[in-house]
Design a protein around this ligand. Structure first.
Ligand code: GDP
Ligand code: IMO
Ligand code: MG
Length: 430
């Protein structure tokens, strides 16, 4: 058995979609375990681009099973729209290749509205969320008033569940002077689409148990990145789920012994969308260049991503908190034109050197990065598929990252295209 969890080791958008799609050739099953349609995973296959939000990145390949686990929050309308979009691109989504956990919690219109109300009224302390209702939906899950996919099976049950969740939301809405949310129309709308969703629903834990017995290879596809983890990230500027690899077990219904290898997708520099600390951020022409060359605009919200140098201290830390065994280094080609490349190897806080990210945002905003400098290679690495063809300066940079963060580089991506990837060590064969 060989099951791999893929997670982002920074603030998301590291290229997880590309690497999951590339690796899924060797897998039988691809499962999302957390997040929702705040994720935006891009695949480029023979010049054709696919942008996936909720559907696992294995969906584009034939003879693979794609699963949305119980840990994912699902906006039913967003999912149906995405299924339609991908079908229009010639990809088949049917009850044989796609499953949603019957226990997945739903994102409903009042969650999105709550996300927006909060962001609009937060002023300087806004998080810069994707405004998809992710946070409010996870709050209702933990608050035990959420509506799960299975609740759409019975009108009586759905009616009671809606009463429970709306009691909470309408009390807040009333307090904020907002219009109360009406149950009847939402119930009607949900019952109308229920059959379209319920046909995909199954107990995922049972399926995984079967797959394990059949020796099938499972790829768990993380969303966001470890620095956006609600426990281990730059709280409160985080998402509302655990993005670390161990959540792959909880978010799908299997034990930690079902995870054999954790692959951390790592961008050769750093980006962040939304607010919050970013020690190596570049507010200069180099930051602009990284953004332009790397096409750093949000897949979901089209927002400009903030760009900065590679932060070795952060990645070394996320490797530890997520138990990352190896890394897939992406977007190396974006650095091709630079004379000098920098990597953060330490911070200074109140005149003292520290080698980790302090937990408080106050300190995170104060720390000053200390850099190590590398000579740029000034040659194109775009599309390189063999490590021997990389310029020596590029290899020096890659090996310095590997050495500093303490994890083996198992692959290197040199363009958005599926096959423009250098395989160093196959995680399925370790
Ligand atoms: P994800 O959320 O981690 O799946 O990443 P996104 O898809 O949001 O953002 C990564 C972007 O970088 C996408 O536009 C990818 O097509 C692109 N990309 C992935 N790998 C590479 C690479 O090695 N080089 C370049 N230039 N672009 C890449
Ligand atoms: P993928 O899977 C990058 C960020 C948002 C915001 C914070 C909270 O494509 O890497 P939320 O809507 O989740 O409550 O927003 O998290 N964020 C992401 N940033 N990539 C993502 O997903 C993200 N998903 C959420 O910008 O700062
Ligand atoms: Mg993304």
């Amino acid at each position: 058995m060989k099951n791999i969890v893929v997670v982002g080791s920074q603030w998301g958008d590291e290229g997880k979609g590309k690497i999951v799609d590339w690796l899924s050739e060797q897998a039988d099953v691809v499962i999302r375990f957390q997040g929702g349609h705040n994720a935006g995973h891009t695949l480029v296959i023979d010049g054709k681009t696919y942008k996936l939000r909720l559907l696992p990145s294995g969906i584009v390949r034939k003879n693979k099973i794609s699963i949305i686990g119980n840990g994912v929050v699902v906006d039913p309308w967003a999912l149906l729209e995405e299924i339609k979009e991908i079908k229009d691109k010639g990809i088949d989504v049917n009850v044989n290749n796609f499953i949603i956990s019957e226990s997945a919690n739903l994102i409903l219109p009042f969650h999105k509205e709550m996300d927006e109300i909060r962001e609009d009224s937060a002023g300087k302390s806004k998080i810069g969320t994707t405004r998809r209702g992710i946070g409010p939906a996870y709050e209702d899950k933990v608050g035990r008033r959420s509506i799960r996919l299975m609740d759409l099976r019975s009108e009586i049950n759905l009616d009671q569940r809606l009463d429970s969740v709306l009691l909470h939301h309408n009390a807040i809405r009333k307090g904020l002077g907002k219009k109360l949310f009406q149950k009847e129309q939402l119930k009607k709308d949900l019952l109308k689409i229920a059959p379209d969703l319920l046909k995909f629903s199954q107990p995922v834990w049972m399926k995984i148990d079967k797959f394990k017995k059949q020796n099938k290879k499972i790829l768990f596809e993380g969303a966001q990145g470890i620095l956006l983890d609600v426990d281990h990230g730059t709280y409160p500027f985080v998402t509302s789920s655990n993005t670390v690899a161990s959540n792959a077990a909880t978010g799908t219904g299997c034990g930690p012994d079902s995870i054999n290898y954790v692959l951390g997708i790592t961008k050769a520099y750093t980006t962040r969308v939304g607010e919050g600390p970013f020690p190596t951020e570049l507010n200069d022409e180099i930051g602009e260049l990284l953004g332009t060359k790397g096409k750093e605009f949000g897949t979901v919200t089209s927002r400009k991503r903030r760009c900065g140098w590679f932060d070795g201290v952060l990645v070394r830390q996320t490797i530890k908190v997520s138990g990352i065994n190896g890394i897939a280094l992406t977007k190396l080609d974006v650095l091709d034109d630079l004379d000098e490349i920098k990597m953060c190897i330490e911070y200074e806080l109140n005149g003292k050197k520290i080698d980790y990210l302090p937990a408080s945002v106050e300190d995170q905003l104060k720390i000053k990065p200390i850099f190590k400098s590398f000579k740029g290679w000034k040659k194109s690495t775009n599309g390189v598929k063999n490590i021997d063809e990389l310029p020596q300066e590029a290899k020096n940079y890659i090996y310095a990252i590997e050495d500093f963060v303490g994890a083996k580089i198992s692959s290197i991506s040199t363009s958005p295209e599926r096959d423009d990837t250098i395989l160093v060590e196959n995680p399925f064969e370790i």
